[in-house]
Design a protein around this ligand. Structure first.
Ligand code: ATP
Ligand code: MG
Length: 395
């Protein structure tokens, strides 16, 4: 019976970032520790080349499942510690690989204990022989599906690592600082969040609601999405803006077909202020080129001109079906398609303008006291810190 004893984590892209490496390694270690905080015996140690997760009795497969989605990891392997006895090493390796789906393997032994009775080559041959006799696996020394690493230590122990799994890639969440996500209840913005997290951004979210035109259910849905997104970063702050007065004013004072454009410009102006006061360096939205009237080049351009903030749009070139695919993979899809009205769907004009003119937009905006409307909305913001929901209905 194998006692899993550790997981070796290898770094992703961060290995190319020479001088920033220490920051990345520290952040990754921290993120791994946070993700594994419910496993009290686990010990995480890092160095320049790898992070070691000592399981101390916790279930290896379970911990691997927690490690798999953490950004910044290129690959990781489950390893076991045995005594330095060739028969034990042979038996343990066999047990480790017996359920593998790989077809070919190679054994690669390193001997730190030069007094060990067997040469590295001999250990390779003996272990390979054991696997050839007892499994369907074949040897491929050049391009094996399964690389089995054995390390004979100076202390009375040996390490065996098989089962290397591809990590989530990207950068550890937080190494690129913070950004503010415009989170609606739709399919797109949670996917944008996932991709922004993947590049190392920690996100806060801002959501615009239109009570009483939108329901408590609509808000619950957004909070549920936030709690699913929080898994990647331990917690997520959500700033909830009451947008009803602004929307009513827009419908009162401007042409209906410009309403969405004007709404979006108010949203980014408010988001810019919230971002600044919360040290978020950019905004992130779920817009995708051409998907709807407000996402044409002309619309995006007019929206952009309402703010000096950098707006990141991770989905800009993705097709809707590509976005849906990611949303299913990250588990937000089922929540996103719940049919609760969002502030924008309620106030959607029959024929929203596809190519808004900045001149027209400015003409309408002169009819408002923009600063006052924005300040009022910001004064009324409610901020909630959302944690990953363990018993999420939509998990
Ligand atoms: P989504 O599926 O994310 O709702 P969408 O395809 O419905 O996107 P729009 O409604 O035009 O597209 O919204 C574009 C983007 O604007 C969203 O992805 C989101 O980033 C932001 N947004 C829209 N509505 C809201 C809202 N009520 N609160 C916060 N951000 C919003
Ligand atoms: Mg939407």
């Amino acid at each position: 019976m194998i006692q899993d004893s550790f997981i070796v984590v290898r770094y992703g892209e961060l290995s190319t970032k020479g001088k920033n490496r220490n920051i990345f390694v520290k952040k990754l270690k921290n993120n791994i520790q946070n993700a594994l905080r419910e496993y009290p015996n686990i010990k995480v140690t890092s160095n320049y080349n790898r992070t070691l997760i000592e399981l101390n009795g916790h279930n290896g497969q379970e911990v691997m499942d927690v490690v798999e989605p953490i950004f910044g990891i290129a690959s990781f392997s489950l390893g076991v510690k045995t005594t330095k006895d060739l028969d034990v090493i042979k038996q343990t390796t066999l047990e480790l690989v017996k359920d593998t789906e790989s077809k070919t393997f190679k054994v690669d032994t390193k001997r730190r204990d030069k007094q060990f009775g067997e040469s590295s080559d001999n250990v390779n041959r003996q272990v390979a022989g054991e696997l050839l006799r007892n499994t369907q696996l074949k040897v491929d020394v050049h391009n094996p599906d399964l690389l089995i690493k054995i390390e004979i230590e100076e202390k009375d122990e040996a390490y065996i690592m098989a089962k290397t799994i591809k990590g989530a890639g990207g950068y550890p969440v937080g190494v690129q600082g913070k950004a503010l996500l415009l989170l609606s209840g739709g399919i797109d913005s949670p996917v944008a969040a996932h991709l922004a997290n993947k590049r190392g951004l920690h996100l806060e979210a801002i959501h615009f609601e239109s009570m009483p035109y939108t329901s408590q259910n609509a808000l619950n849905k957004v909070m549920d999405l936030a709690s699913q997104l929080a898994k990647a970063q331990v917690y997520m702050k959500v700033h909830i803006v009451s947008f009803t007065d602004i929307q009513m004013a827009i419908y009162d004072k401007a042409d209906e077909n410009y309403a969405i454009t004007l709404m979006r410009r108010f949203m980014v102006r408010i988001a810019e202020k919230v971002a600044k006061s919360n040290k978020c360096g950019a905004l992130v939205s779920g817009e995708s080129l051409g998907q709807v009237a407000s996402q044409t080049i002309e619309s995006l351009d007019v929206i952009n001109r309402a703010t000096d903030s950098l707006i990141l749009r991770p989905l800009i070139t993705l097709d809707k079906n590509e976005i849906i695919e990611i949303s299913k993979k990250i588990g937000t899809y089922e929540t996103s398609i719940l049919p609760f009205e969002d502030c924008c769907t309620i106030f959607t004009p029959v024929a929203p303008i596809i190519k808004p003119k900045l001149g027209r937009v400015k003409m309408y905006e002169e009819r408002f006291d923009i600063e006052e409307m924005i300040d009022k909305a910001i004064d009324n913001i409610r901020t909630v810190e959302v944690r990953p929901k363990v018993d999420s209905l939509f998990d």
